[in-house]
Write a new protein. Structure first.
Length: 433
């Protein structure tokens, strides 16, 4: 890497309006630099604002505060030297591979022969020569994503933004595409000078990046900037590689002292304001049972348990955090440890397990307790979806409110503390007491 600064993001802030007239803060005081020759990873959980940050850098949205400078000039709209590859393939199904790649060049005002030359060169570069006349429906997922890469690369951008480009692919295809990309990058065959990679896959970040910025959530802030000083190609079994993976798990599970758990915050006792991801009771039970059994015996490193269960960051962390929220486990320093209640839950028969789950849910997930109290107090023992969704939307986005309600419905059904009729959109008590 040389000293040329391709991108300089300073004190960036982004918020979205809420129905109550307030704002939902997504990014706060974000600073980052990308130098020529760098691949910089943005690592964090869902809701940390990583994709929003990419859209701001690409000029597809405007920040509420702060500045973005590309090669010294402020970004106030789409920049010609910045291109993006998305998680979804975003191909036009009625166009061939060649036509899909050519369409990315049309805005450059190039001659038709030059457009054709660049498109064919891009297709050859990413290994799809021979498929120029194929339509997207004829291609596998990995091949369609290669077309997406070709379309971004043929404009010869200085910076390539990649928004979880491998997450929609199967494991083997994703690994092949990552390896091919890194080979082309290290050999200097890609017409780009810097890369920003959004990922939730810790090993992917260590495999590909020179630096990894770890983001907190709600709002997204850069909490760590970790340099990956390993030569390419990298070996997952290298002790230094494993050490960096472990360090990133520790960073992602660290809880700032100034921010106690949501269930302990006095301003959130009603549950409105805490976004909950949807996690099935089967996953909660399965992780608890796996932790309780040998060789873990109640305590495991998160990277080890993730590998054991073939789970990625965005799959494992919500499950682990739900167990922590229910006081079945403690997550800290990259480790997860079952509590006494967690051990009891893992060893209990079904009826006892459900009773214990219901007790913990009502005590430590405020929204669940809030819904149950409303149902208990109403003569009809029913309440519409809107009774709680409207309340949640005063504190979070409409999508987050729906996700949170769906999450609590799933947990409440398992615990049998209330029922929900999705067709009528009504909560009720099956056996009012």
């Amino acid at each position: 890497m040389n000293d040329t600064v391709l991108l300089d993001v300073r004190n960036l802030r982004k918020a979205f309006p809420k129905p109550d007239g307030g704002e939902l803060l997504v990014l706060d005081d974000v600073n980052l630099r990308v130098g020529e020759g760098e691949i910089v990873g943005l690592l964090g959980r869902s809701g940390s604002g990583k994709s929003t940050l990419l859209r701001l850098i690409a000029g597809l949205a405007r920040p509420g505060a702060g500045s973005i400078f590309y090669l010294g000039s402020a970004v106030d709209g789409p920049a010609s030297g910045i291109a993006m590859v998305f998680q979804t393939f975003a191909l036009f199904p009625w166009l061939t591979v060649l036509e899909n790649v050519e369409i990315g060049l049309e805005a450059l005002g190039l001659s038709e022969p030059e457009v054709r030359r660049r498109a064919i060169a891009g297709i050859d570069l990413i290994g799809l020569d021979g498929f120029e006349s194929a339509y997207p429906r004829e291609l596998s997922g990995g091949m369609r994503q290669r077309v997406g890469f070709a379309r971004a690369l043929v404009v010869h951008p200085n910076i390539l933004l990649m928004d979880e480009p491998f997450s929609a692919l199967d494991v083997l295809t994703a690994e092949t595409l990552r390896t091919d990309f890194i080979d082309l990058w290290t050999e200097g065959k890609l017409p780009i000078k810097g890369v920003i990679l959004v990922t939730h896959n810790i090993e992917e970040a260590v495999l590909m990046c020179d630096r990894v910025l770890v983001f907190s959530t709600n709002p997204g802030r850069v909490v760590s900037d970790i340099r990956i000083d390993l030569p390419q190609p990298r070996d997952r079994l290298d002790p230094m590689f494993r050490e960096l993976v472990d360090r990133l798990y520790v960073e992602l599970t660290a809880r700032p002292a100034a921010q106690p758990r949501a269930a302990e915050r006095p301003d959130r006792v009603s549950g409105v304001g805490t976004v909950l991801p949807r996690v099935s009771s089967n996953l909660l039970s399965g992780l608890t049972e796996t932790l309780a059994a040998p060789p873990f015996n109640g305590h495991a490193d998160l990277p080890v348990i993730a590998s054991e269960l073939s789970m990625e960051l965005d799959e494992l962390f919500p499950v682990a955090e739900h167990l922590q929220r229910l006081r079945f486990a403690e997550v800290e320093g990259g480790d997860i440890r079952l509590t006494e209640e967690g051990r009891r839950f893992a060893q209990a028969e079904l009826d006892e397990r459900k009773q214990l789950f219901a007790h913990q849910l009502l005590c430590y997930v405020p929204l669940a307790g809030h819904i149950r109290r409303v149902l208990d107090e109403r003569p009809s023992h029913t309440a519409p979806w809107s009774r709680f969704s409207d309340e949640l939307e005063d504190h979070m986005s409409e999508d987050s409110a729906e996700e949170t309600l769906r999450a609590v419905i799933s947990l409440g059904r398992y615990a049998e503390i209330f029922a929900y009729d999705d067709q009528r959109q009504v909560f009720s008590l099956e056996n009012p007491t």
